[in-house]
Each structure stands twice: as structure tokens, then as C-alpha cells.
Write a protein that binds this ligand. Structure first.
Ligand code: HEC
Length: 187
């Protein structure tokens, strides 16, 4: 469990404290349940609404956890930062795992357009679906790579390891890029 969850100031009455813990526990339960069932069914909203913002939170934490010379420095991150990092990493892991599963990955509902797909040279949802269907195993491997780097973030958060966090941040960049260059805008 999260160590700081439900911690109440000493002067609070026992009743209030219990109520506080109960509310915190209920929130955690609700949050977990919503997360597990709330991932979009399609790739495009999963990327846009889940992977991209959560990955950004991971990169931001990685940047915050460095000193003025850019070296990893755990003292720059407080408990709240580590907890948010852990939550974001778990969400990315969950999203990546869902993409690595046996089910065919579908880019979007029929007729859906990708953002900017009308721009010159941009791939349509149908084109991307074709790239994925042609090499589903390679897609799965790329999704697994994202799940693995999410594990590194989880470990970094659990052990408060800023060096591992920096390492994971660097690695994740390449993992997004590798999959995109093969399945989104292949040459
Ligand atoms: C397993 C392959 C794979 C990985 C790994 C992956 N992506 Fe994607 N992503 C795609 C594909 C394919 C598209 C193009 C189709 C689409 O828009 O969903 C895409 C699209 C996107 C989009 C545009 C979504 C939209 O419709 O506007 C964003 C943003 C994005 N990815 C962010 C990321 C980030 C950040 C990472 C790394 C943390 C990442 N992706 C990792 C496959 C991947």
C-alpha cells in the first residue's frame, strides 16, 4: 500500500481519522476499478488519451529528478512525485499490456480519421491498420518493450531510484519512436 495514504494529523479525533482512511481506501478502490475497465478499446484514443499524457508525466518526473548539471538527483522529488510517477507507470504498463495481448489491435471505429491524417504524407487509420495487420508479432514486441520500460519506471518509483528513472526516461523515447516509425509512418 501507499505509505502516506490515510495518514492523519495527530490532533485529529479517532473517528475522523477512521473516516479519512475509509474515504482514502474507497478512492483507491474506485480509481483502480475505473482504470482497469476504462482503457479505450481502440489504439488511437489509447495513444492520445492514455499513453501520451501518462508518458509525459513520466518524462516530466524524469526531468524534475535531476540536479542543475542534469545528473539524477532523488532529492528533487517528493513523496507525491514518486506516488504520481508510480500511478502513471502502472497505467502505461496496463495500456502497453493490453496492446501486447492476443486480440487484434484495432486503430479506431470504422470511418475514424486520425488527427492530421489529411496532411500531406500522413497515414490514414486504414493505412495504419494495414501496417499492424501485416506484422502483428512485431507490433506485439513493440508493445512488450513499452510494458518493460514501464516496469523500470515502477521499480524506480518503488525504490526511489533517480538513476533508474533517468535511464527509463531515455529508453522510453526510443521505444515510442521505434513503434511509430514502423507502424505509423513507415518509409
Ligand atoms: C506498439 C506500438 C506503439 C508504441 C510502443 C507507441 N505507440 Fe503511439 N502510436 C502507435 C501507432 C501505430 C499510432 C498511429 C495510429 C494512431 O494515431 O493511433 C500511434 C499514435 C500515437 C499518437 C497520436 C494519437 C492521435 O491519434 O492523435 C500519440 C500522441 C502517441 N502515439 C504517443 C505515443 C507515446 C508518447 C509513446 C511512448 C510512450 C507511444 N506512442 C508508444 C503505436 C505505438
Amino acid at each position: 500500500m501507499l505509505p502516506a495514504m490515510g495518514r492523519a494529523p495527530a490532533f485529529e479525533g479517532m473517528g475522523e481519522m477512521k473516516a479519512g482512511i475509509f474515504v482514502a481506501a474507497a478512492l483507491v478502490a474506485t480509481f483502480t476499478a475505473v482504470q482497469a475497465s476504462d482503457l479505450p478499446d481502440y489504439l488511437a484514443p489509447l495513444m492520445k488519451d492514455v499513453v501520451a499524457p501518462q508518458a509525459q508525466a513520466l518524462w516530466d518526473a524524469g526531468n524534475k529528478g535531476t540536479d542543475d548539471e542534469g545528473n539524477p538527483d532523488a532529492s528533487k522529488l517528493d513523496e507525491k512525485d514518486w506516488r504520481s510517477l508510480l500511478a502513471a507507470a502502472r497505467t502505461v504498463k496496463e495500456a502497453a499490456t493490453s496492446l501486447a495481448g492476443p486480440a487484434r489491435v484495432i486503430v479506431g471505429p470504422p470511418g475514424m480519421k486520425l488527427q492530421d491524417q489529411d496532411a500531406p504524407g500522413a497515414a490514414s487509420a486504414i493505412a495504419v491498420q494495414g501496417y499492424i495487420d501485416k506484422e502483428p508479432k512485431a507490433f506485439t514486441e513493440n508493445a512488450r518493450a513499452l510494458a518493460s520500460v514501464a516496469d523500470l519506471f515502477i521499480k524506480a518509483a518503488e525504490t526511489r531510484d533517480a538513476a533508474l528513472l533517468a535511464d527509463a526516461s531515455d529508453k522510453m523515447d526510443g521505444i515510442c519512436e521505434t513503434c511509430h516509425s514502423r507502424f505509423w509512418y513507415p518509409q
